[in-house]
Design a protein around this ligand. Structure first.
Ligand code: SF4
Ligand code: ZN
Length: 415
């Protein structure tokens, strides 16, 4: 699994004044890392990470190529000693788009840098200007082109819900990032920190942030669409941290922001699968529906506190979610009852033990579980029908109707 050795490099003496940034107030307390710190972190990680060949040394802080050149070289040469065959995979760093040019990229190439992330934040010049970023959308386009030309992995960071960003500006950012198609993206819903320009604008009433729900749905769209188009979203929402919770005065923070977005993606996918079934006239019977999702995705589809399932219940639809390892992340398939019920005919000894009535979808007989005497795979137990001897028995504890009609429909589907 990929891992990073993270080294935070604050932008001391940064000449910019981005409206969301509180670097100026906090740099006083921050310690600058030096070559010894880089070496120590790398040596420590050598003995700890699972797969060194998939580990990168990561310089974070946002402006790596804008720090004094001598200091940048000190950090890079310390890290470079740990990069190469039998050592770490490479170096990743984040920087501003207006501090990328050929001369800088030549240096980064020489020192084993593999990935560069740009703080794009917005692709609307109006928004960049209003938030005093000090660069334009064109800087992001150009820097992205150059980074690609040099063969680095490209990452873009975007913020959602900035000052003066409405739906048009958010669409601009989303569409342009889709068009640039970076390798990775980080989606940051804006968090308004104390002692920032945004905090002032918020206090004066000049900045009227979008609603949490709007920012959530914009972030959901970005997470879903980027992922589907092969852009890896390595972050969606800020890390839960004491620092954020203590210093925020507004904005869109939630400790499980990504999960909220993923729950929504699944909800929308399930709704649209149901809508398609309705329009094709293949809506499942009895308002009872089963959706299959990819491996490990059931909880994302169920939603926090079962919100998605309960939402369907309010509409009178009973939803079950099962796993199908053939499906990828955010993929959903609606399965009809006769297909979904089949899995209850295998390793079903326990389920039959809890059932009052069972049926066989080979001979379509209905009987009580105590009539069953033979099981395949004795330990896990797959029941054989006492009437025809076929392993096609399901019980009512499966949640499916044990009726002649349902057994006949299953028979048609499976035999
Ligand atoms: S976010 Fe802006 S103001 Fe803050 S350190 Fe980076 S460039 Fe400077
Ligand atoms: Zn039978």
């Amino acid at each position: 699994m990929h891992s990073n050795i993270s080294i935070f490099v604050p932008h001391v003496g940064c000449p910019h004044k981005c409206a969301f940034c509180d670097q100026r107030t906090i740099t006083g307390e921050q310690k600058l890392p030096h070559k010894e710190d880089v070496e120590r972190a790398c040596l420590q990680a050598l003995g700890q990470v699972d797969d060194i060949s998939d580990t990168e040394i990561a310089f974070f802080g946002g402006s790596f190529t804008a720090i004094p050149r001598e200091y940048m070289l000190e950090l890079l040469s310390a890290a470079y000693k740990f990069v190469g065959e039998g050592k770490f995979k490479g170096i990743r760093l984040s920087t501003r788009p207006d501090y990328i040019n050929r001369e800088v990229l030549d240096i980064l190439k020489k020192y084993g840098v593999t990935s560069i992330e740009l703080g794009a934040q917005s692709m609307s010049d109006e928004v960049l200007d209003a938030n005093e970023r000090g660069h334009t959308a064109e800087d992001v386009r150009q820097a992205s082109r150059l980074i690609r030309e040099y063969g680095f992995e490209l990452g873009l960071q975007m913020m959602v819900g900035l000052y003066k960003s409405g739906h048009r500006q958010e669409d601009e950012t989303f569409n342009e990032i889709m068009a640039i198609h970076p390798d990775t993206v980080r989606i940051y819903p804006v968090v308004i920190l104390k002692n920032t320009r945004l905090a002032e604008l918020l206090a004066s009433g000049e900045y009227k942030p979008m609603s949490f729900d709007e920012v959530l749905s914009l972030s959901t769209r970005a997470l879903g669409a980027f992922t589907e188009s092969g852009i890896k979203v390595i972050k969606c929402g800020l890390h839960a941290s004491e620092f954020v919770e203590k210093d925020m005065v507004g904005g869109f923070y939630h400790p499980a922001f990504r999960e909220l977005c993923e729950n929504r993606i699944y909800l929308m996918k399930m709704e649209s699968a149901l809508h398609d079934a309705n329009s094709q006239g293949t809506t499942p019977n009895d308002m009872r529906v089963t959706f299959a999702v990819g491996k490990g995705c059931i909880s994302k589809a169920v939603g926090q506190k079962k919100a998605n399932i309960q939402g369907f219940e309010k509409l009178g639809i009973k939803v079950k979610i099962t796993e199908d390892k053939e499906l990828g992340l955010y993929e959903v398939r609606l399965i009809d009852d006769v297909t979904a019920a089949h899995k209850f005919s295998i390793y079903n000894k326990k389920q039959l033990g809890k059932s009052k009535k069972c049926g066989c979808f080979y001979c379509c007989e209905i009987f009580t579980p105590d009539e069953i005497t033979n099981y395949l795979n004795e330990s896990e137990g797959t029941a054989l029908c006492p009437h025809c001897g076929i392993d096609s028995v399901i019980g009512d504890a499966s949640g499916y109707p044990i009726t002649k009609e349902f057994m006949q429909s299953m028979h048609e589907r499976w035999f």
